[in-house]
Design a protein around this ligand. Structure first.
Ligand SMILES: CSC[C@H](NC(=O)[C@H](Cc1ccccc1)OC(=O)N1CCC(N)CC1)C(=O)N[C@@H](CC1CCCCC1)[C@@H](O)COc1ccncc1
Length: 331
């Protein structure tokens, strides 16, 4: 079997996140989930979420599904890197993504969500695509949709073709040659941290020389920006007139009129260039002439993160074979 579904930006002006339609239960209930390779819980706004915490999101109502089953005594609780959090109980039910079906997928129903989830009306929940070792369900951790689907897939892979300010695609079980150019460069993945952790072969700022220092980080579809070591980030913003590291805005900002250099990163022998237009993330507040950078320091996070700003510049294969690898191709 295979599956293919659209990854739609939640805001047409800048790519803060992407959502993908899924169906849960019988008859099918459709929700828009944020596919996140940086976590491994599949959780949804639900009939168990207090109405005071719901603002426009679609919800999953297990009692309306003839195939839902309560996973008795199981609970979950998760906190993300940006401080957002949710927790709740667990059901199993039929689940499909783009025509690919999994029977009795663990569906984590929110009984509590933090305010940033309530205010993000376009996200009805998350679908974790990290390694199942990161799943937070107690007393028995649950498998991700990808791990449950693997045995049905021709090839144990999924691919991310995220795009700038337009809909991209998540494919499951096959690699679509029409989505990339040249060859796919595969690099090893260390699954132990639970993320898709790989080592980039270096970077260059604009037309500067390529620095071949290895950078270990995670390929994370659920993170908007790129977070790298401070030395790299300062080297980048030294090339941007008027750039400052703003405590007030929590990162590097610059005049929206500034000329930005592109940013190149290496994967094996291949080089990927993030165009300058992707490196200006968004005005710090609506209508401001100060813009927030798409590249920020990872010093406060503890891990380097190749988020959507970088992933949009490539076609990425998440190969769930043993051992797992990551494939990168230009497009
Ligand atoms: C440095 S991990 C920060 C990262 N969250 C972001 O990237 C959010 C994404 C977002 C937020 C609100 C609406 C839409 C999208 O966006 C921003 O934080 N920003 C964009 C806007 C900009 N002004 C400020 C910076 C993050 O926790 N991701 C996790 C998934 C994420 C959680 C929040 C909802 C959307 C999905 C996940 O993959 C990585 O989990 C961890 C990473 C490191 N250790 C622990 C957990």
């Amino acid at each position: 079997d295979t599956g293919s579904a659209a990854a739609v930006p939640i805001d047409p002006r800048f790519d803060i996140a992407y959502v993908t339609p899924v169906t849960i239960g019988t008859p099918p209930q459709t929700l828009q989930l944020d596919f996140d390779t940086g976590s491994s819980d599949l959780w949804v706004f639900s009939s168990h979420t207090p109405t005071s915490q719901i603002r426009g999101q679609e919800i999953y109502t297990p009692d309306k599904s003839t195939t839902s089953k309560l996973l008795d005594g199981h609970t979950w609780s998760i906190t993300y890197g940006d401080g957002s959090a949710s927790r709740g109980n667990v059901y199993t039910d039929n689940f499909t993504v783009g025509g690919l079906a999994v029977a009795s997928q663990a569906i984590q129903c929110a009984q509590q969500v933090s305010s940033s989830f309530t205010t993000e009306e376009s996200i009805d929940g998350l679908l974790g695509l990290g390694f199942s070792t990161l799943n937070t369900v107690n007393p028995a951790s649950q498998l991700t949709f990808f791990d449950n689907a693997k045995s049905k897939l021709g090839s144990p892979v999924f691919t991310a073709d995220l795009k700038n300010k337009q809909a991209g695609t998540y494919d499951f079980g096959f690699i679509d040659k029409a989505k990339y150019t040249g060859e796919i460069t595969y690099v090893p993945v260390n699954p132990d941290p639970g993320y898709w952790t790989f080592t980039s072969s270096g970077y260059a700022v604009g037309s500067g020389n390529f620095s071949g220092s290895p950078i270990t980080g995670i390929a994370d579809t659920g993170t908007s920006l790129v977070y790298l070591p401070t030395a790299i980030v300062t080297a980048y913003y030294r090339q941007v007139q008027g750039a400052t590291n703003s405590r007030n805005y929590g990162g590097y900002v610059f005049p929206c009129s500034a000329t930005l250099p592109p940013f190149t990163f290496g994967v094996g022998e291949t080089k990927f260039t993030i165009p300058a237009s992707y490196m200006s993330y968004a005005p710090v507040t609506d209508g401001s002439s100060t813009c927030f950078g798409g590249l920020q320091s990872s010093s406060g996070i503890g891990v380097n993160i190749w988020g959507d700003v970088a992933l949009k510049a490539a076609f990425v294969v998440f190969n769930g074979a043993n051992p797992p690898t990551l494939g990168w191709a230009t497009k």
